[in-house]
Design a protein around this ligand. Sequence first.
Ligand code: NAP
Length: 243
Amino acid sequence: MKTALVTGASRGIGAACARELARAGWAVAVNYRSSREKAEAVAAQIRQEGGVALAIPGDIGDPEQVEALFRTAETELGSVEVLVNNAGIAQQKLFTDVTEEDWDELFRVDVKGVFFCCRRALPGMLRRHGGSIVNISSMWGQVGASCEVAYSAAKAAVIGLTKALAQEVGPSGVRVNCIAPGVIQTEMNGHLPPQALEALKEETPLEALGTPEDVARAVSFLCSPGAGFITGQVLGVNGGLVV
Ligand code: NAP
């Protein structure tokens, strides 16, 4: 079966992407690092709705685990024709408090993880002369955020990777795009007090916070034939907060 692999799909934006892609007819590899029960529940829900899905573990920052993840997806589901690089971690700290270990771990997951997964997915896509990669960056990768310097730098790197890779593999029929979400209601923002979320909502032209489904619908579109002439782009899903 034609397979979509979504990294970090045990909850939040990744889980919504997995559900949306399954509705669009993809067999979905639901990757997670440690939240096995949640990932299995996402896959079970997709199967209940008549879709095809399998929860597969793997830390995307570890190339051996990425290899095992793809091998299981290919063996149990089918060739990976869509890759959604969604898994990511964030950190809020004053720049002067960021340690080398903080910096390395953020870049290991948010940047190297995208590199490892693209590198593993591409040979098959190039051979088949088709495929779509969607990388989940952030609006902070576009404009930068105070107290999130490492995260902003990592997400800016993902945008640069997307644009360069799109140019390199476009002639081989593979499209690479990027989504830059705004403030989306997930556990990643769970630490923000209600007043801070309310203030962000008020600042947003569409006067709302985003949902994981808002991002998932944009991802599904970028993977669809309707987006066949779109590559190397950064699509903001942010209610107009960054334009
Ligand atoms: P989340 O609720 O914290 O979920 C993160 C997911 O990533 C979880 O499924 C987690 O799985 C997985 N993950 C983390 N490290 C991993 C690793 N090394 N290998 C494999 N999986 C890993 O986050 P979210 O809000 O849905 O965010 C998803 C993506 O959108 C991230 O890249 C984030 O930077 C980006 N984003 C989010 C927002 C927002 O407002 N929420 C805004 C802009 C961009 P386990 O639980 O198993 O570790």
